[in-house]
Design a protein around this ligand. Sequence first.
Ligand code: TXA
Ligand code: MG
Length: 322
Amino acid sequence: MKLISIEEAVNFLKRAKVVAIPTETVYGLAANAFSDTAVSRVFQTKGRPSYNPLIVHIADYERLLDLVTSFPENAKILADKFWPGPLTLLLPKRDSISDQITAGNPTVAIRMPSHPIAQSLLIKIDFPLVAPSANRFKHISPTKPSHVFDSLGAEVPIIDGGACALGLESTIVGFDDNSTPVVFRQGTISLESLQEVLPETYLLHQSSNTKETIVAPGMVKKHYAPNTPLKIVDSIENHLEEFGRGSQIGVIYATQTEPNKLASQTVALSVTGTPSEMAESLYAALHHLDKQDLDYLIIERFENIGLGRTLNDKINRASKED
Ligand code: TXA
Ligand code: MG
């Protein structure tokens, strides 16, 4: 693993190279947003198709109006509450943002991360950073340096910030024709938390037969997937009783539980049973179990409110077969 300092990262970024950086959500594969060469390298390194747009990261408000043509009232209200932090806003883009970054969309996704390393890096450079999650396309987002290394290989330099505190991606919010906030991608900030600030906020509806070229390609059906199949089951205990003798099954428990002997491997997502703890460790659990040579993994659905709804969305995508 090629671990580098913030100063070395600045030098790489100035030379249009990519660098994996910690954020409070997941590790990002950062590059100079104003360099077409650097942005192309991000797509290449991830194996990401060009129709899937990137998030642009900024340190503070100073740069924002160089990137967007307007900052509507509702966007301001949400930013006031959640920036810096795990909120990404879709705003009308200026010409300074290339079509390569937005995949031809008239809006650009903007996020102001709160992680101290991301912040101090952004302050040291005079360009914003594109940073998709630092994993190969369709794989699980990395929440530790070793996940980045496993997914992208030894060539990508990494700033080590330890494990990400939140563990799930930012929530992406756009605005409809009436300027009402629309959740394009569920993330760390739950629908309920957004609705506390702007009650009219709603989730973008997904028709079941959407192709990958939909408005928010981040919502492709299969996403965040481990190589080992993940199955959502109604009851872990019943499933193990029925199939545990014949298959090597990895179990993901939401809270610490006396492990069933029929499970080949078990992971508990939380000690105290809070959804934020489960969110923090879900991807790490998937990364870990994916390396254990198991036939498949099982998990039960989470209680479908608040962050639990985001967690259900993530496991639904991770369990899709194509
Ligand atoms: O937490 C995060 O957001 C992390 C950290 C590194 O900041 N980044 C991240 O980026 O998750 P990425 O590229 O893995 O996911 C960004 C999603 C993509 O799925 C893309 O489809 C969507 O944002 N997106 C970007 N620009 C968009 C736009 N203009 N309209 C709709 N969706 C957009
Ligand atoms: Mg991603």
